[in-house]
Ligand binder design. Structure first.
Ligand code: PGA
Length: 248
């Protein structure tokens, strides 16, 4: 399975930053990477980012509504993201679970909406610092998979799970390699139990949280780490390109 290196710009990015997209797109077109690549940007930038990438680099959204259409002021539907040129969307990022109070059920509904629109869904899960200290990291993430991943999976290629320990996001702190391996093995087991061996093994499991050029190679070499979700380091083309190249 090819790895997926996905950037997550969060609430960063104005027209001036489109030069970073252009730069990454130029690099991956010149020397095709071993990994699939994606940059998820704010909804306002999607159509312009798609133009900057001009077919060389897929662009995604960072969230979508759970409904297809209707009276939901301020929400952006998955169909709208697709219409703007997105091919994927992040759902259930911990910042949305925390600040927008998104539950597992809402995240699952958003993933189903993404699939209805033809978008790949990157579903984020992860434990807090306290949950890890209490020995509840595996059970917390298992519960999040049970609640956030829709019951039926028509195409495993349209799903990626991003394991992002909350305490590792933007902090410079990371789990030990054996903790990442144990978590990814647990997530794999949850997926194969739910969807069967073939489909469960075909879903990519990404690691996210303080991934940067200096640690990407080590993380991406771990068993069952099929890519990365990259926040801060995706804002700079040179740094993101270095993470992409670490997958080789
Ligand atoms: P970070 O963010 O790489 O800046 O830690 C990752 C994420 O939140 O997706």
């Amino acid at each position: 399975m090819r790895s997926l290196i996905a950037g997550n710009w969060k609430m960063h990015g104005l027209a001036a930053q489109l030069a970073e997209i252009e730069s990454v797109a130029t690099s991956v077109a010149a020397v095709p990477p071993k990994a699939d690549t994606l940059i998820c940007v704010p909804a306002t930038l999607i159509s312009r980012a798609v133009r900057s990438a001009s077919g060389r680099l897929p662009i995604g959204g960072e969230d979508c509504g759970a409904e297809d259409v209707g009276a939901f002021t301020g929400d952006t539907s998955a169909g709208m993201l697709k219409d703007a040129g997105a091919s994927a969307v992040i759902v259930g990022h911990s910042e949305r679970r925390r600040y927008q109070h998104e539950t597992d059920a809402i995240v699952a509904a958003k993933a189903r909406a993404a699939w209805r629109a033809g978008l790949m869904a990157i579903i984020c899960i992860g434990e807090t610092d306290a949950q890890r200290r209490d020995g509840a990291a595996l059970s917390t993430c298992g519960d999040q998979i049970a609640g956030s991943v829709p019951e039926t999976l028509a195409d495993p290629g349209m799903l990626a799970i991003a394991y992002e320990p909350l305490w590792a996001i933007g902090s410079g702190h990371m789990p030990a390699a054996d903790e990442i391996v144990a978590m990814h093995a647990h997530i794999r087991q949850c997926l194969t139990t739910r969807f069967g061996q073939a489909a469960g093994r075909a879903v990519r499991i990404l690691y996210g949280g303080s991934v940067k050029p200096s640690n990407a190679q080590e993380i991406l070499a771990l068993p069952d780490v099929c890519g990365a979700l990259v926040g801060g380091a995706s804002l700079n083309a040179a740094a993101f390109d270095a993470v992409i190249r670490a997958a080789e």
